[in-house]
Design a protein around this ligand. Sequence first.
Ligand SMILES: *Cc1c(COP(=O)(O)O)cnc(C)c1O
Length: 361
Amino acid sequence: MPAPTPRPTIAAMVRYQPNLSAPAVGRIIRLSANEGALGPSPKAMQALATVAAQVHHYPEEEPKALAEAIGQAYGLDPARMVFGCGSDELIQALCQAYIDPGDEVIHTEYGFIMYPMSATVAGGVPVSAPDIDYRISVDAILERVTERTRIVFLANPNNPTGSYLTRSDVARLQRELPENVLLVIDAAYAEFVSRNDYSDGSELVETAENVIMLRTFSKLYAMAGLRLGWGYGPQDVINAMHVVKQPFGANRGAVAAAIAAIGDKEFVERSVAHNETWQPWTKAKFEALGLKCLPSVTNFLMVRFPDEAGHTATEAGAYLSERGILTRGMAGYGAPEFLRLSIGTEEEMRIVVDTVAEFLN
Ligand SMILES: *Cc1c(COP(=O)(O)O)cnc(C)c1O
């Protein structure tokens, strides 16, 4: 008898490849996953400890106190939220709920890789809309809409490029999409952005039936290890997600920590201020070394390395990794000439700049 085989679609896929381990060197500097530079809020850590004695109980299916805390902090209606084991779970739930085999899902060329992966797993066909100069093109997305299009995934700001679409660009995309196409605005990095013409898309959720915004506690709130994401959308979309997603995706520890983190305004301000200092600092240092960085409104930078042997991005990534500094190669995203790296502590940024300088010499 032959061994069991997965569906052909699944057998042909490569699993998600984070870069989270380094050769055995003393100290590891993790700049490969856009995690928070400062660690979690002390208040979140305290709250996490307090639920330890309750973990024999399942968590709430719909964590009300958390929805209310988010509603208050962001001015949103707690009744239209959905929570999951990271926003990754919510991306997957949307694909499972809205895609029949052969349906098309539009994502952008240099967009978050979980979109085409989740679409494929659900039996859908991912369709890539080309960027222009590493920026998302609303026209390129609209040109790829067909009768089979069911979902458009937009990361805003975008990972890995770090750029953003303005409020009016996103509004135009929504206006010109057919009403039966779901627009998913993944605003994982929204808390870092301080531009007047940026919006996380929540105002579109209030007025349109085909828009959902996704958020996460993994990035600014620095709780990636607890796995908590949330969505804000029309009741019908939320209801469909509840049917397909796990009932207990938002665990007790994550929920307790998140309520405390949301309330820790000092931590939020300190984290934003840290990024506003060290992201431009790091960018300027790399540019002084002759490397180009894409403009970024996030806690990470896409850095372009030269094409010449000895100085390529792949070689730089390996050089850094051997010294315990983890960055993210972009070959999987079709941009092998770049490394993406997140903003860490001041000390980590000084070390990475010095190490890259050493590599280039
Ligand atoms: C990190 C990231 C996520 C995933 O967040 P989790 O909540 O940790 O699953 C989603 N979207 C984008 C664009 C991200 O960069």
